[in-house]
Ligand binder design. Structure first.
Ligand SMILES: *Cc1c(COP(=O)(O)O)cnc(C)c1O
Length: 465
């Protein structure tokens, strides 16, 4: 299978090339040249498979020309062997035909483990074969950094440098990153905000001359195709638990960078009957404004109690636009220029197409806190703030109780004690057992100034041989 850029300016690339870079050289994102499609019969035959067996079926068409299938099977077993629930992604009913799919049973208690456990193993496998070492550099406002560190802590061919804004991430999130002890892991607390971290990472990707010969940077944010691919699996999983593919289902997805929900879109294109995909946003609602009234103006970012969704430009939205505009890279290049300059307008045709599958809803901090409180009082189930926004959107955009509505629970409530306490929950929500001693573990991180050459010097000086 080959991959093309959403901006149309790059020769088709192999899977291996795509996972070892970040953006395409023309600034676009890689997408498969063609998508595999499964028949209803074939999907139905998967109904009694384990999560790992299902992942193997869904990922095989993307990977079959890249690695022997028994190696793929091993990678999958290894990646989901670290999860602490035997169903990996269990479904919980919260009344009527409303469901929650818990995606927080991985090592760092957020759905990003689904992709990053797999990506870490995949990179290590590929790099050992090539006898190559790479450097992962990434910026995080919380969940991505810890999931990437957990995914790569045992990878011999990877040095990983994660920048977080100094004193601006929650204690739980910081400690999840800084208490992992491994020589290849380096946490940098940057004296700046998240945007500063991100800008510094971007600048380093575009000029990598600070690295020694033979080393390159690899991106592990959701522009990396392998992350999206691993996330397609749980849409099939949830549908099969609730009578699919014979019955159709809907999903509500707490959305930031549009990676998670884009995987749901791909599942639908690959043959899974999906009635609706609901884009749930917090007060940083550019995607909701865009879909509901063609308003894609970039407004100032505000800090919410659901920080993993505090994003203005959602990079993976470009992947959807590419399809909405019949894969015309020139049009996408222009749209992205407009978006960067402050505003883009979609054509009526593109919007109409998007609305056939997608709906959207915005829920601010107050609305979110109310949902956590009401859900806890009525059902005893404690939501994290991101999931609560998903649930609010699910209720608003449900097309009747005939069709199961599945909200993706993207994080465990213990990661976000402030929001949960704001909703009237009396204590800090309890961390799962394997993390109960998180606050006793020793932390390791380096504070650096908001200065590219200082950070790059640090990286150069800390590479493994
Ligand atoms: C990353 C994250 C999101 C947003 O996911 P995207 O793929 O960026 O849309 C939502 N909730 C939580 C808890 C996250 O960590």
């Amino acid at each position: 299978m080959k991959f093309v850029s959403t901006r149309g300016g790059v020769e088709p690339k192999s899977f291996e090339d795509v996972i070892l870079t970040g953006l395409a050289p023309d600034g676009g994102l890689f997408v498969p040249e063609t998508l595999p499609r499964f028949s209803e019969e074939e999907i139905a035959s998967w109904s009694s498979l384990s999560y790992q067996q299902l992942a193997f079926k869904v990922m095989t068409p993307f990977m079959a020309d890249f690695m022997p299938l028994k190696d793929l099977q091993q990678l999958i077993e290894k990646s989901y062997g670290t999860f602490r629930h035997e169903e990996i992604a269990p479904l919980v009913n919260t009344g009527g035909n409303q469901w929650i799919m818990e995606l927080f049973h991985g090592p760092t208690l957020a759905f990003k483990d689904f992709a990053l456990q797999f990506l870490g193993n995949l990179l290590d496998y590929t790099l050992s074969k090539r006898q190559q070492k790479v450097v992962i550099m990434g910026a995080t406002s919380g969940d991505t950094g810890s999931a990437a560190i957990e995914g790569c802590r045992r990878c011999e061919n990877i040095d990983i440098f994660i920048l977080h804004p100094h004193e601006r991430v929650s204690d739980v999130q910081r400690r999840q990153m800084t208490t992992v002890r491994a020589d290849n892991i380096h946490n940098i607390a940057l004296q700046g905000n998240f945007d500063d971290c991100q800008n510094l990472v971007k600048a380093s990707f575009s000029d990598q001359s600070f690295l020694p010969d033979g080393r390159q940077l690899v991106a592990v944010n959701s522009i990396n195709w392998a992350r999206i691919m691993a996330q397609i699996v749980y849409y099939f999983w949830a549908s099969l638990r609730l009578g699919g593919p014979q019955k159709t289902v809907s999903f509500s997805v707490p959305t930031g960078n549009f990676g998670d929900i884009f995987a749901g879109y791909l599942a639908s294109k690959m043959g899974l009957p999906i009635e609706r995909l609901v884009i749930a946003t917090n007060q940083n609602d550019i995607l909701h404004r865009c879909l509901s009234r063609n308003d894609h103006r970039t407004l100032p970012l505000t800090e919410s109690l659901a920080p993993s969704m505090d994003i203005m430009i959602s990079s993976n939205f470009e992947r959807l636009l590419f399809d909405l505009y019949d894969r015309d890279g020139a049009v996408i290049s222009q749209l992205m220029k407009d978006a960067k300059a402050g505003s883009m307008m979609l054509s009526d045709k593109a919007l109409t197409k998007a609305r056939q599958l997608f709906a959207s809803f915005r829920c601010d901090d107050q609305g979110m806190v109310d949902v956590i409180r009401n859900t806890y009082e009525n059902t005893g189930y404690l939501l994290d703030p991101h999931t609560a926004i998903g649930l609010a959107a699910a209720k608003e955009c449900s097309s009747g109780d005939q069709i199961p509505m599945i909200t993706l629970a993207t994080a465990h409530p213990a990661k976000f004690p402030d929001a949960v306490k704001r909703a009237g929950y009396p204590n800090d929500p309890e961390l799962p057992e394997h993390m109960a001693d998180l606050f006793e573990r020793e932390e390791r991180f380096t504070v650096l100034g908001n200065n590219a050459s200082e950070v790059q010097k640090f990286i150069f000086g800390n590479l493994s041989r």
